[in-house]
Structures are given as C-alpha cells and as structure tokens.
Design a protein around this ligand. Sequence first.
Ligand code: NCD
Length: 368
Amino acid sequence: MINLKNLSADRVAQFPDHFGKYQEPWEGFPHILKTQQFSREMIERLIFEDTMKTLFHWKNRSLISYLRDGRVGVVTYFFEPSTRTRMSFERAVQSLGASVIHTESGAVFSSSAKGETLADTVRVVSGVGAGIGYGDLLIIRHPQDYAVEEAAKFSRTPVINAGDGKHQHPTQAFLDLATIYLRYGKIDGLSIALVGDIQFSRTIRSLCYLLSKFDDVKIYLVSPEEISIKEDIKEHLTEKNVWFREEADLNSVLPHIDVAYFTRLQAERFRDQEELCQQLKKKIPLYSLTEKNLDLVPQQAIVTHPLPIGDNEIVEKIKTDPRIWAFIQSDIGVATRMALINRIFKELGKLNMHQNFKELVFSGLGWK
Ligand code: NCD
C-alpha cells in the first residue's frame, strides 16, 4: 500500500489515478461506474444493511452522516434529461448535510457548448476537498456509453455514473434490488421478469449483473425480438449459471413471477431508425400491464418500473393497485443513494484519504 504522507508534490501531480489504488471496499473504489464492480458480499452490505439502516435511521432522525462537516460539496452534471435520478441524488446529498451545485442540461448550459471536453470539465469540477475547488463527489449522466468511466480517469474525487447511454445505471439497479429486498427480505430463489426494451435499457443491464450474484434466481427476458437482450448479458448469465429464458409472450410469464420489471421503449437511442421505432411503438401494448392482464400477476408479487413510463407500459387505471411498487421504488431511490454516498465518504474517512489528500494538495500548492 502506498503511504500517502510520503508522496512528493510530483506524485501529487499525477492525482487522477490515485483513487481506487488503495485498500478497496469494492473494485474501482471510490467510483460507482458499473455493477460488475461489486461482490455479493458488498451488494448485501450496501443494500441489506446500509440502505435498510438508512431508511430506519432517517425515519428516526438518528442517521450519522459522513458528509456533515459543512464543507462537503457535490456536483451533479447531467447531459441527458432526468427527473428522479437527479432530484433523488440531490435530495440524498442535502439530507446528508452537504451542498449541491448542478448543471441540468450540460450540453446546452455548460462549457461543453463551447467545445470544452468532458475531461477538462471534470478536471475543473472535481475539487480537492474542504471547499477548495468545486465538488468532493461528481455525479454524471451522459448520453454516450462508457463516457462516465472515461471521465472518472480525470477526476480527483469519486465519480458516480447516473446513467451513461445504453450502457449502465448502477445506482438505479441498487435501488431496484433494495425495493425487491424490502418486499421479500431476500433475493435468492426469486423469479423476475424483465419486460419491454431490455436491449437499450441501461437499468436492465446493470440489474442483470447484480442478480447474477444471487442463488437460484430465475430471469424471464420478455421483449419483442428486435429489442431482445444483448449477447454480452446472455453470456454473462450463462457463465454464472443463472437460469434465464427469453420469451415473447408476456401473459404466459406473468403467473410465474415474484417481480415483473417493466421498461419503456428507449426511442431516443434509435432516433435514426424511425421506421423501426414506429413498428416497436405499435408492439408496446403487448408488453404492458393493463386491467386485463393484471389478474395474471400473483397477489403477493410486485410490479416495478425504473420510470418514466413512456407509452402506458403500466396503464393509469391500475397504478394504485397494491402490487404496483414503481412509485415506492422511486422513493427508495433517495435512501439507496444516501446509503451509497454515505458509504463512500465513510470508507474514504477510514482510509484517511480525504485528509491526506488535502494535506498533499495544500503542501503541493505551497499552502499550509
Ligand atoms: C431510467 C434511465 O434514465 O435509464 N430512468 C431513471 O433513471 N429512473 C429509465 C428510462 O429512462 O427509461
């Protein structure tokens, strides 16, 4: 392990890769970029313990925040539309006692519109802590696959992927799992249908990697053929011996599930294929939950959706049915994100990295 105290100012100049090279609670710590970073043990700690405790302590006003020194600032930098993800992250940060600065429509309102590269923006907005610089944590959403992973290479602070193109949305998958865990108290042995645009949905991709860590999980992949799950996910599930079946007929699957996870058609991901998009839109009713097929969903089962509902995948009339957990799921997003962020700062504190970082930077800059 590298002793931070003995590092020279020259070494400090190579800051960008420092994070993640020390003792890691998870691979690639302190960033959260994709769900493959997490072992089953760590998923259980983050969901079964941290998120559940956060829900409990928040309700009882007894939550200990590791961001509450009044100086921690978080940057949310969003290049794609968002309601829940940005707001729940910002609410989570504020609930932990830190402040937030944000760019909501990065492509228009940030210097990206003037040609600044994402790398340069990240170099600027990833601060060095203690209010020096801009942010002590960056939360980024970007339309390009892998852009956030790339951005993290230039960051001096932890980076969280809030959705990168059609690649991943790890914190959504954590909150999806937290929702399922809240309902069943376990993940092992559950049957889960992933329904709709499971090819372009980044939340589905992230969730598959998490589910594959659990035992005896059955995954039904229900979609029109044109937007069926990608080969890499199938290969991963096969490699991990996860039971899965591709199915075109939603109604034949519904009676067998504990969780039905609906998604919307990600039309913005294939704007150049207008004809295909129109064809698929016509098929959406076959991959939707209505008054008619709700009866097929077992009484103890839950229906989830990362939201937004785009084309009535869950029709208005049934949204108050007790099996529809999509809106509860969205509430759980705040606590899950609080738990994840708090854990990052707790672990950083344990490693004393923030303090050492500050000392290094200040001495590197000639400040005492
Ligand atoms: C999802 C996303 O952005 O990938 N939304 C969300 O974060 N809750 C799902 C979607 O947009 O369909």
